[in-house]
Design a protein around this ligand. Sequence first.
Ligand SMILES: *[C@@H]1O[C@H](CO)[C@@H](O)[C@H](O)[C@H]1NC(C)=O
Ligand SMILES: *[C@@H]1O[C@H](CO)[C@@H](O)[C@H](O)[C@H]1NC(C)=O
Ligand SMILES: *[C@@H]1O[C@H](CO)[C@@H](O)[C@H](O)[C@H]1NC(C)=O
Ligand SMILES: *[C@@H]1O[C@H](CO)[C@@H](O)[C@H](O)[C@H]1NC(C)=O
Ligand SMILES: CC(=O)N[C@H]1CO[C@H](CO)[C@@H](O)[C@@H]1O
Length: 473
Amino acid sequence: MELIKEDDGLEPVSPTGEYFNSKVMSVSILGILESEIPIDDSQATALIKDVFLPINPRFSSIMVMGKKGARKWKKVEVNVENHVHVPSFSFPKGSSSPSENDSFLKTYISQIAMQPFPQGQPLWEIHIIKCPTSEAQGTLIFKLHHALGDGYSLVGALLSCLQRADNPSLPITFPSVSNFSSANKDDRNIGLRKVVSRCFSPLVNTVKDFGWSVFKSTCIEDDLSPIRCGSESFQPFLVSTVTFSLDRIKEIKSRLRVTVNDVIMGTIFLATRMYMQRASTNSNLSTNSTALVLLNTRNLRDYKSVRDMVRPNSESPWGNNFAFLHVPIPKVKPSDSQFSDPLKFVHEAHEVIKRKRSSFGVILTGKLLGIMKKCRNAEAVAKHISRTLRNSSMVISNVMGPVEKLSLANHPVKGMYYTVAGTPESLRITIFSYAGNLRVAVGAEQGFIDSELYTRSLVNAFDAILRDACWKQ
Ligand SMILES: *[C@@H]1O[C@H](CO)[C@@H](O)[C@H](O)[C@H]1NC(C)=O
Ligand SMILES: *[C@@H]1O[C@H](CO)[C@@H](O)[C@H](O)[C@H]1NC(C)=O
Ligand SMILES: *[C@@H]1O[C@H](CO)[C@@H](O)[C@H](O)[C@H]1NC(C)=O
Ligand SMILES: *[C@@H]1O[C@H](CO)[C@@H](O)[C@H](O)[C@H]1NC(C)=O
Ligand SMILES: CC(=O)N[C@H]1CO[C@H](CO)[C@@H](O)[C@@H]1O
């Protein structure tokens, strides 16, 4: 990293930004847009210069080391050509099948996920894949370093380059947070009496969660299982996706009186245990396995801020606000190898997440990292985060996307998803909602996790939950 003597007036890098760009971890987010029509990239450079770069000065800055070792963002001249990649590829004429093109795209994503950003230029890249796949006529990949911002900021940034497909002049809307994470509307208007009576339980939960979180990342680690091999090195991973209808999820949600998030988490937990069983016979289905759920701390407030955030000159914070929750994956008794009660997974997810969310453990964990940084340094915190990830079995994160269908420079966007690269876990699940669908992207370590089998398990788990919640009387 470049050392500079005069750093007055330069914007400091946020603590989380430092953790995410350290010796032990360099984390980036890959946002993937699927185009309904073949991609015409003739306007790409102009669009990047006029629309993308002005969103945030960090897109045209590099990280430098200022006085006293403090990291700062320094503005540089951006050479757009160095950031845009249009891979060319050739298939033997007439012999390419949709699945060949799909696997070309998967391999490409896997490769760029492993590549570090070139030094000395701003931390973003755009890849334009003109090869048609079974999902789309063309694919656009935004690779953005996590130091630039959290999922919310970065999604906000991408969305400000897009317009509504039906009418570009109308504003983009997002699902309301209450529709996603509270079981009924009353949750939002808790009376004073309820607040008082609730005051005690969060306190107890906080102590427990805080202790658990610290304990988890310093003392115990998950059992080895078909989703956790405990390897020390970063391995390439392949991304496959599954799409669920939000209407179906909402149907389950109202039948079971839980939240959309609970249904998703329950589905992932059931699928994970199913996968363990299918991946190896005699697999132990009661291993201690935890999912690390990344919560955006903005999530706790209102999602509206993203709309403000994408407005130029907005006062609402751009940055990296996140914390993690350890959620144990429900255990299955050896006698229940048929998964006779799929709904149990949803109810357990509901209970655990409700308890954890209502505590302040999440906030305390963030504070703890801050204290650790002060007492030691950002590298120590990065090591701590990395060890926390390694010691868990999987990482789940969730970002709410727009309700309407969008288009980018007159290319209607058929689907969108994202994944996270540069973290050490073997299984990462990222969830994005868009235009009535929920896209679940499974990033699975190559050569260790069978991603096809895992996505099939997801579909089967969802069907089992849907059947028991809605069709069984
Ligand atoms: C696969 O990609 C090649 C190269 O772009 C294209 O010519 C071919 O039509 C694609 N195959 C399918 C089945 O879409
Ligand atoms: C929230 O849910 C209600 C009832 O299901 C629906 O009428 C409303 O449009 C939803 N809001 C958003 C922003 O999705
Ligand atoms: C399965 O894992 C749990 C938790 O680690 C352990 O207590 C149990 O003995 C294991 N069962 C078998 C059959 O290995
Ligand atoms: C697994 O977790 C249980 C509590 O959930 C604990 O009692 C047990 O010691 C753990 N086993 C291992 C091997 O970590
Ligand atoms: C794989 C890995 O990093 N495991 C760590 C889990 O936590 C224990 C205790 O801190 C470490 O010793 C392990 O190295």
